[in-house]
Design a protein around this ligand. Structure first.
Ligand SMILES: [Mn+2]
Length: 311
C-alpha cells in the first residue's frame, strides 16, 4: 500500500532524557540505551527523510523533592527549557517530531508545543487531538495524586487542570479539549481519575472494550475519533500498555496488556493518519528490562511510527 501521508514527511528524532517524573528515574537513560541499540540507524533503514536532533537532557536530582504532591517540579521546568526549543524547531521546519522518552511527564511539553504550532498554522481556534495509548489515563492533579509523580498528571495538565507552572506552559491554557482526546488500553485507573473521565466525557477504549471489539476495530475507531475531532493530533504511546511478557522494562508492569502485534498495529495506523503531528514512545526503564526485549519493542514501534509496513 502506497501511503501518501507518510511519503512526504520528514522526521526529527528527539530524545527526552528525563525520568524524575516517575518514582524511578532510570527512564532518563532510555534514549541513550536505544541509541546504543542502533535506533537512529534502524529508523534510517525505514526512511532517509529523518534527522537526528540529539537528546534534551534534564537535570539529575540534587536533593529530595520539596513538594510531595508535585515532585521535582523545578527539575521538570529546567528540563522543559532544553526540550521545548527542539520541538519548536521541528515544527518550524514543518517536520514531524519522533520523540523517545523519558517518563510520560515529557508529554506536557510535546502537547504544549503541538498546540502552539497548530495555532500558528491554523489560527487560535485550531483543535489539538490526542491519541493516548496507555494503561493509565494520567489524569491526576496535585490534589488527587497518590504518588506526587508528574508523569501521572500529563493529560490533566494539558486540559488545564493542576499546577499553573505546568498548565500555563508556553503562556496559554488549556492546550486541548476533552472531546479531542481518545484513550486506548486503559486498565488501571485511580478513583479520582474515573470521576474525571466521566465528568469530562472523554472517549475511552479500555482493555475490556478491546476484548469485546477486537484491537483492529478499536484502533480504527480511535483514530477516526481523533481525526474527526481535531485539526492535528499527537500520538503518545506508554510502553506499560503492553503486556509485561513483551514489555517487562517499565516502572509499572500490569498484567493483561497489548500483544506485540496490537502495539505495532496502532503505531502503523497512527503513522499513516493524515492529521498526525508527532509520535512519542515513553516509559522504557532499561534497568528493569530483560535481554533488551522492551528496548527492541520500543525500536520496532518507532520504526512503525516512521512508516515501516509489512509490504
Ligand atoms: Mn502514562
Amino acid at each position: 500500500m502506497i501511503n501518501s501521508s507518510t511519503m512526504s514527511r520528514v522526521y526529527e528524532l528527539i530524545g527526552a532524557a528525563f525520568g524524575l517524573g516517575a518514582t524511578r528515574a532510570e527512564t532518563a537513560m532510555a534514549p541513550s540505551v536505544l541509541r546504543q541499540a542502533g535506533l537512529f540507524e534502524r529508523l534510517q533503514l525505514v526512511t532517509k527523510d529523518i534527522v537526528d536532533c540529539g537528546d534534551a537532557v534534564g537535570p539529575t536530582a540534587s536533593a529530595p523533592p520539596t513538594n510531595p504532591k508535585l515532585r521535582y517540579l523545578p527539575e521538570y521546568l529546567e528540563f522543559s527549557r532544553s526540550f521545548i526549543p527542539r520541538l519548536e524547531r521541528a515544527y518550524s521546519n514543518n517536520h514531524t517530531p519522533i520523540v523517545v522518552g523519558g517518563d510520560h511527564s515529557i508529554s506536557i511539553c510535546t502537547l504544549a508545543v503541538a498546540a502552539k504550532a497548530l495555532r500558528e498554522r491554523k489560527g487560535k481556534k485550531a483543535k489539538l487531538g490526542l491519541l493516548w495509548v496507555d494503561t493509565h489515563p494520567d489524569l491526576n492533579s496535585p490534589d488527587t495524586t497518590p504518588s506526587g509523580n508528574i508523569h501521572g498528571m500529563s493529560v490533566a495538565a494539558a486540559l488545564g487542570r493542576g499546577d499553573r507552572a505546568l498548565t500555563e506552559l508556553l503562556g496559554f491554557a488549556p492546550k486541548i479539549q476533552p472531546e479531542s482526546i481518545v484513550y486506548v488500553g486503559l486498565r488501571d485507573v485511580d478513583p479520582p481519575e474515573r470521576v474525571a473521565l466521566k465528568e469530562l466525557g472523554i472517549k475511552t477504549f479500555t482493555m475490556h472494550d478491546i476484548d469485546l471489539l477486537g484491537f483492529g476495530e478499536v484502533s480504527r475507531r480511535a483514530i477516526e475519533h481523533v481525526t474527526k475531532k481535531s485539526d492535528g493530533f499527537v500520538t503518545s504511546f506508554d510502553l506499560d500498555v503492553c503486556d509485561p511478557t513483551i514489555a517487562p522494562g517499565v516502572c509499572t508492569p500490569i498484567r493483561g496488556g497489548l500483544t506485540y502485534r496490537e502495539a505495532q498495529l496502532i503505531m502503523e495506523l497512527a503513522a499513516a493518519a493524515k492529521k498526525l503531528l508527532s509520535i512519542e514512545v515513553v516509559e522504557l526503564n532499561p534497568y528493569l528490562d530483560h535481554n533488551r526485549i522492551t528496548a527492541d519493542l520500543a525500536i520496532a514501534l518507532l520504526e512503525s511510527a516512521v512508516g515501516k509496513t509489512i509490504l
